[in-house]
Design a protein around this ligand. Structure first.
Ligand SMILES: NC(=O)c1ccc[n+]([C@@H]2O[C@H](COP(=O)([O-])OP(=O)(O)OC[C@H]3O[C@@H](n4cnc5c(N)ncnc54)[C@H](O)[C@@H]3O)[C@@H](O)[C@H]2O)c1
Ligand SMILES: O=C(O)CC[C@@H](O)C(=O)O
Length: 411
């Protein structure tokens, strides 16, 4: 194996929450051998213990990486969220520590869209309650309250990667698509932008939520919004559990104002498959409950495993931060003939000139330099033709520049 600045066999990869085996294979194929794999998320104390020595950490939606946990990870180079959502990570804290966070923004979107479409059909046909009745030995062969989705209005809240796919699939079934988003969006197919969230709620037969978890989306569907929905309308939530006031939804389902719901995400979710699931929606015949599996298909998980592991490997081996969610993005070429120095710093005036003064003082020629900044941090990558000892000395000298968050040397 090629000699590297930091021996690959010493790089510790911690993978939690049963990420796909494809992730492990991707790390192994890239020469990483210290891979610790856990099927579940870990209790807080154990997480802090295990993350303390980890260089690369992979999680899904369950593991909370708050500021204190990130600070306890003294060797951490990067975090991979093997999913779309990154709300479980304190992204600002990670940035302040010079740790980029990566995710898989597309790989499971089709899986969510397919499930949502299936649920829209089942809810409009009142299948959940008929299914429950049959399981209890009941038989209620009736068309009352059952509708085709053709010609009905699907209201999509959050018209991003998932929302747009749901819209296109729904139009294939003859549904009319309305959407609401805080950003102005290119409409696909015959979809129409609603004037406002309330407008969408008042017009849709089925409302489906595809927003991220943010302070603005927290409880965005509460009692008032549910009351605005059409009598007999249905709600689907496969976004995040905090977006819906679950008690208000249970109340609206009990009165029958909301005819049915399909809920995949919950304000509090079990830590693992052995823990009990508790929700005010349990036992309601008109509700489809699923255990946060919107993106859990073998195809999606396999692709996510490869995608996120490859991003972590690329950053670790080469320094590229393309598609990091909290970091200036730099795409870097290979550097077979030069040493690569990485410098992550607070974005303050004069930083680049201080860095360049150092190379000029040491009489080191710069082969290539790449810089990207965000409002709070900067990321400079410098390729130099120099010896291993001089590269190590330059790394140490870079670390002394005030405002430096982290330095690495790669070869
Ligand atoms: N159930 C699952 O297994 C599962 C799987 C994948 C993703 N998700 C969740 O779905 C969310 C959406 O995924 P995506 O890939 O479509 O994300 P995306 O970022 O492509 O789209 C989100 C859209 O929501 C919009 N938005 C943000 N705040 C809004 C607000 N307050 N009101 C209206 N619109 C708002 C954004 O402008 C964007 O267009 C993810 O953040 C994740 O939490 C769940
Ligand atoms: O796999 C998971 O835990 C989360 C799936 C989904 O919510 C996502 O954000 O991609």
């Amino acid at each position: 194996m090629k000699k590297t600045s930091f021996p690959k066999q010493d790089i510790r990869v911690l993978l939690l929450e049963g990420v796909s085996a494809s992730a492990v294979e991707t790390f192994k194929a890239a020469g990483y051998s210290q891979i610790e794999f856990h099927e579940k998320s870990l209790p807080d104390a154990e997480l802090r213990r295990r993350i303390a020595d980890a260089h690369l950490v992979g999680i899904r939606s369950r593991t909370q990486l708050d500021a204190a946990t990130l600070e306890s990870a003294k060797r951490l180079i990067a975090v991979g969220c093997f999913c779309i959502g990154t709300n479980q990570v304190d992204l600002a804290a990670a940035q302040g520590l010079g740790v980029p966070v990566f995710n898989a923004p597309y790989s499971n979107t089709r899986s969510v869209a397919e499930l949502v479409l299936a649920e829209a059909i089942l809810l409009m046909r009142r299948i959940p309650q008929k299914n429950a009745q049959c399981h209890r030995g009941g038989w209620s062969k009736s068309a009352a309250g059952s509708y085709e989705v053709r010609g009905k209005v699907l209201g999509i809240v959050g018209y991003g990667h998932i929302g747009t796919q749901v819209g296109l699939l729904a139009e294939g079934l003859g549904m009319r698509v309305l959407f609401h988003d805080v950003e102005s969006k290119l409409t696909l197919g015959n979809a129409q932008a609603a004037a406002a969230l309330d407008d969408l709620l008042e017009r849709a037969d089925v409302v489906t939520l595809h927003v991220p978890e943010t302070p603005q989306t927290r409880l965005m569907i509460g009692a008032a919004q549910l009351a605005r929905m059409r009598p007999g309308a249905c709600l689907i939530n496969a976004s995040r559990g905090t977006v819906v006031d679950i008690d208000a939804l249970a109340a609206a389902l009990r009165t029958g104002h909301i005819a049915g719901a399909a809920i995949d995400v919950f304000p509090v979710e079990p830590k693992g498959n052995e823990d009990a699931f508790v929700s005010p929606l349990v036992g309601m015949d008109n509700v489809i409950l699923t255990p946060h599996v919107g993106g859990s298909t073998l195809e999606a998980q396999d692709n996510i495993g490869i995608e996120v592991a490859a991003k972590l490997v690329r950053y670790s081996d080469n320094g590229s931060t393309l598609s990091a969610v909290n970091f200036p993005e730099v795409t870097l070429p290979e550097h077979p003939h030069s040493r690569r120095l990485l410098h992550i710093h607070r974005n303050t005036p004069g930083m680049l000139s201080r860095i360049n003064e150092l190379f000029s003082r040491e009489n080191v020629n710069i082969d290539g330099q790449y810089l990207q900044t965000s409002p709070s941090i900067g990321y400079v990558v410098i390729d130099v033709s120099t010896s291993e000892p001089q590269a190590a000395a330059l790394k140490e000298a870079l670390a002394q520049i005030p405002g430096t968050l982290r330095t690495r040397v790669l070869y």
